[in-house]
Design a protein around this ligand. Structure first.
Ligand SMILES: Nc1ncnc2c1ncn2[C@@H]1O[C@H](COP(=O)(O)OP(=O)(O)O)[C@@H](O)[C@H]1O
Ligand SMILES: [Mg+2]
Length: 383
């Protein structure tokens, strides 16, 4: 097991904001970064040493990248596992193709969680009318239908109400294979982010408490207020998942907390996670540096939180009439602005985030909502 010291080259499949923030951390440490993405101007390419332009399932382009790097990692779980198998023969892919194969299909992921005996919402395959009728008999209504592959930020999800025609909802998924889930009456959502090193060593981040709006992450608060027992069981679930997968790198396990305190696994993200952005500024070692350390075989860093933090996402809707005026954010000494360099703002698209460093996280959550209101109200800086 060779350690890849600074000076080595990391290949990233996919050039979104996760790759960008990892590249910033990696380059600070002296690593080189080459990214594969269809756009030469993608967020990661802007801060990388090189870019291979190509689709994520373009085998020639992916092999071209693999031959130039010492290790390969991913900005998204939606790279076909067969491509990863091929690349793994050229340079190690971390996390490995098996991890991705288990996660990238929601149905396989749910079967994997069932196999581990971990609690999750009731679910059933639901790709056609017959399956949907059976699934609703099992999970009840309201329910949520989710496509098995390539969904994110609530894309590829439709809700089935207690009344109304469920089949017309199924048609909205245009024949994509899907699963149905019960609608979980959760009290709140949390996520556990941890890193697993090449030798199987683990470091767990403080648990994050997440609020979603329209199925998109709105705010994260860290640390999430947790009972000792709740913290222990959440961490135990996440560790079980990471070890069963044989994961290498950062991994996030999203969970629903029921009013009784019981936890259900919502989904697994085998990568750095939006709810871990607070670590970049609030923790001794950010999730991005931690991921680099894990995939390069370095010792893991300290995940300790140095201050309470709230992260609020900046969604493309704020760009309705041009880029917002950043004055309300930059005027606050505890706020840090992160923009991802995306040139095409669209409603629902994640454009950046603000991190508020404040031990009083209730106050920071209120500030976050105030900032979003102010940014929505301010005239565009380009006006
Ligand atoms: N079964 C469910 N019950 C209640 N809310 C849900 C359910 N599934 C998803 N949601 C809500 O939608 C959000 C996004 O869904 P998720 O399955 O995490 O998909 P993704 O993050 O890949 O878009 C969740 O964080 C949660 O707020
Ligand atoms: Mg999710």
């Amino acid at each position: 097991m060779k350690t890849l010291w600074p000076g080595a080259t990391i290949g990233v499949l996919g050039g979104g904001q996760l790759g960008r923030m990892m590249a910033l951390a990696a380059r600070r440490m002296g690593y080189r970064i080459i990214v594969l993405d269809p756009s030469p101007r993608c967020p990661t390419a802007q801060v990388s040493d090189g870019v291979v332009v190509g689709a994520l399932d373009d085998r020639d382009a992916a092999r071209h990248l693999a031959r130039q790097v010492d290790v390969i990692t991913l900005d998204t779980e939606h790279v076909p596992a067969d491509v990863l198998d091929e690349l793994d023969k050229i340079a190690p892919v971390r996390p490995g193709p098996t991890v991705l194969r288990t996660i990238q299909d929601r149905q396989v992921q749910k079967q994997f969680l069932d196999g581990l005996g971990l609690p999750q919402a009731m679910w059933a395959p639901s790709s056609d009318r017959i399956q949907l009728a059976d699934a609703l008999a099992k999970v009840g209504r309201p329910a949520i239908l989710k496509v098995r592959r390539a969904g994110y930020d609530g894309k590829g999800q439709v809700r089935i109400e207690a009344d109304g025609d469920p089949f017309s909802q199924l048609e909205k998924l245009r024949g994509e294979p899907a699963v149905a889930e019960e609608l979980v009456p959760f009290k709140r959502e949390i996520s556990v982010i941890l890193a697993r090193g090449l030798a199987g060593d683990l470091q767990i981040y403080p648990i994050a408490e997440n609020v979603h709006r329209r199925h998109i992450l709105h705010t994260t608060r860290a640390p999430a207020p947790m009972t000792t027992e709740g913290k222990r069981s959440a961490e135990e679930i996440a560790v079980t998942v990471a070890e069963a997968l044989g994961h290498v790198g950062v991994i996030a396990v999203e969970m629903f907390e029921l009013p009784s305190g019981k936890l259900l696994v919502n989904e697994i993200a085998p990568r750095t996670h939006n709810s871990g952005h607070y670590t970049y500024g609030a923790c001794v070692t950010s999730q991005f540096e931690q991921h680099v350390r894990a995939i390069c075989g370095l010792p893991l860093g300290d995940p300790r939180l140095m201050t309470g933090a709230v992260m609020v996402n900046l969604i493309g809707d704020l760009w309705r009439s041009g880029p917002p005026t950043w004055q309300p954010v930059l005027a606050r000494p505890e706020a840090r602005l992160h923009l991802y360099g995306k040139d095409a703002p669209a409603p629902g698209r994640k454009m950046g985030h603000v991190l508020l460093l404040d031990d009083d996280t209730d106050r920071a959550l209120a500030t976050a909502d105030q900032l979003i209101a102010d940014l929505s109200a301010t005239p565009s800086s380009s006006a």
